[in-house]
Design a protein around this ligand. Structure first.
Ligand code: G4P
Length: 536
């Protein structure tokens, strides 16, 4: 008899999964890296496929009007491919500056992230935000410092900036040999060899490898650059902590690779790091009726998982909604019956979709780490758990405190019921956050300004409501918890003007400025102000 409590086949399949996202500031090279990863993974045959999708979305199978008008990807999609006996799920995140809460929530469904840094620019604003979200779950981060074929910043300076600003240790795994026009390749600090780079060369599979940092071939070939490399490597050996797998898995240290995505250089090393070091699907904490909480192991036989994103109208012909569902344990099979825990009833899962690069394909088989798309007519919400019977609810799919606010006003006041209904539904779907103020006024909150445009468009198309969103003098929102009823009542009395309720009726403090928030928090030390709240 096997000593493992888990079905061995399931365990084997789970161990092969790697589910990750790429995080970066716009223009750092995420689309390019995505494309090259898919190319190496054999998921696409032609360079340019993903880029074409980004730059000419109107020409492809696009879903939403706003996407067409703006030519950008509003919502994230999922791409699955096989690489060296592993099944890789790459969850795409919107790359435009106007990213949305979806971007954040996608990061709750991955086991690792690849962070792309533009070597000329260093750490940028959106990277900081995205890394903060990764930190909520201590997600392991692999760093790719991109665009070494350009004149860029000193690598030591870049590492210091990553460590300072992002508060994560850096363990360089490769190190650049020259840069810009004189970019000659990288030295692999663990394999002790130089991987050479030839400008303009597309694939690197047959590229030359020169073993040993002291190798005389290096002096012959790269007389101008090799001295600097040797100095750097000596310094690194003395001063930089080596790569530590445990620190990486705990989210404390990031292995750093230098390269040039557009030239395919460094891409294979990223894939290798994902396979060798990134974790397979991890156990996840779930609330239960009986024991409070328990860890759900990915190779448990019973199927479980949660919805982390709802995408509306992917197919304009059907106007359907797709719930993106991360499997956390067990095995998906078409036609299976599952329990919709929040609704307290059974539902049948059939014709779930998987996502291969550009296409949607009917899913045959899925295990922990895989993402399936479930057709949804409003019954599923973000954060919902489906199980094979057990009453449990996964934790850690948060609402994030919005950073942008608008007050909703109707052009036609007679449509207020439709507006309420529309915002309630779009709020439940996670397209926008909705707060109700004293007196019933509705306030919308988002992390990206595009969310407002999408909601305005959808209110018009789907609910026939013409709403105007006016700027609101609010800086940020904090969910509140109180130590006792007396404190709550006193707080409500004093702060009535600054209070609202979210879509589930939870109290929220709406601060007019950072200063306002600090002063209030200082004055009410027992009241807790939370920047995130869990769904459900
Ligand atoms: P994003 O998804 O993070 O927004 O970035 P994307 O991949 O679209 O890359 C942004 C720009 O940076 C693109 O140039 C892309 O070609 C360029 N780029 C990506 N990787 C590298 C690299 O390794 N070296 C250099 N030199 N450039 C790189 P663009 O001019 O905006 O677009 P395009 O006209 O090249 O398509």
């Amino acid at each position: 008899m096997s000593s493992t409590p888990f079905p061995p086949e399931l365990l084997r399949d789970v161990e092969k999964r790697r589910t990750f996202a790429i995080i970066s500031h716009p223009d750092a090279g995420k689309t390019t890296l995505t494309e090259k990863l898919l190319l190496f993974g054999g998921a696409i045959q032609l360079a340019g496929t993903v880029k074409a999708r980004k730059s000419a979305r109107h020409a492809t199978s696009d879903w939403m009007e706003v996407e067409k008008q703006r030519g950008i990807s509003v919502t994230s999609s999922v791409m699955q491919f096989e690489y060296q006996g592993h099944t890789i799920n790459l969850l795409d995140t919107p790359g435009h500056e106007d990213f949305s809460e979806d971007t954040y929530r996608v990061l709750t469904a991955v086991d690792a992230a690849v962070m792309v840094i533009d070597a000329a620019k260093g750490v940028e604003a959106q990277t900081i935000k995205l890394l903060e979200v990764c930190r909520l779950r201590n997600t392991p981060i692999i760093t790719f410092v991109n665009k070494l074929d350009r004149e860029v910043r000193e690598p030591f300076e870049l590492l210091a900036e990553i460590e300072d600003v992002l508060k994560i240790g850096c363990a360089p795994v490769t190190w650049p040999l020259g840069m810009g026009k004189a970019f000659r390749g990288v030295y692999h600090l663990l394999q002790h060899q130089v991987l050479t780079f030839t400008p303009g060369e597309e694939r690197r599979s047959d590229a030359e490898v020169i073993k040993g940092i002291g190798n005389a071939v290096l002096d012959e070939r790269f007389p101008l650059e090799v001295g600097q490399l040797r100095d750097d490597v000596e310094l690194l050996n003395d001063a930089s902590p080596p790569f530590d797998l445990d620190d990486f898995l705990a989210g404390r240290q990031s292995p750093v690779f230098f390269g040039s995505g557009i030239n395919n250089f460094g891409v294979q090393e990223i894939l290798q790091a994902l396979i060798d070091w990134a974790p397979p699907p991890q156990a996840r904490i779930a609330g239960t009726n009986s024991t409070g909480t328990r860890m759900v192991q990915p190779a448990e036989a019973a199927f479980t998982g949660f919805v982390f994103k709802i995408q509306a109208n992917m197919d304009p012909k059907h106007r359907d909604r797709i719930a993106f569902f991360r499997i956390c344990s067990g095995r998906y099979s078409s036609g299976m019956k599952v329990r919709h825990v929040r609704a307290g009833r059974e539902m049948k899962l059939a014709n779930a979709l998987t996502f291969m690069a550009n296409e949607r394909v009917i899913m045959e088989d899925g295990v922990a780490g895989d993402i399936i798309g479930i057709h949804n007519h409003g019954q599923l919400q973000i954060g919902d758990t489906l199980t094979e019977g057990e009453n449990l609810g996964f934790k850690g799919i948060p609402y994030f405190s919005p950073e942008l606010f608008r007050a909703a006003r109707l052009r036609d006041p007679l449509k207020s019921k439709q507006l309420q209904k529309g915002l309630q539904e779009l709020g439940e779907e996670g397209a926008i956050q909705v707060f109700e103020l004293e007196g019933g006024q509705l306030l919308l909150g988002a992390v990206g300004v595009l969310q407002f445009e999408i909601v305005a468009q959808r209110l018009k198309d789907e609910y026939k409501v013409d709403a105007i969103f006016e700027s609101a003098d609010i800086h940020t929102a904090r969910w509140l918890t109180f130590p006792d009823d007396v404190t709550r009542r006193n707080f409500e009395y004093e702060q009535a003007l600054r209070l609202g309720k979210d879509i589930d009726g939870n109290p929220v403090y709406l601060a007019t400025s950072r200063y306002n928030l600090e002063v209030t928090a200082e004055k009410w030390p027992k009241v807790r102000f939370h920047a995130t709240r869990e769904h459900g």
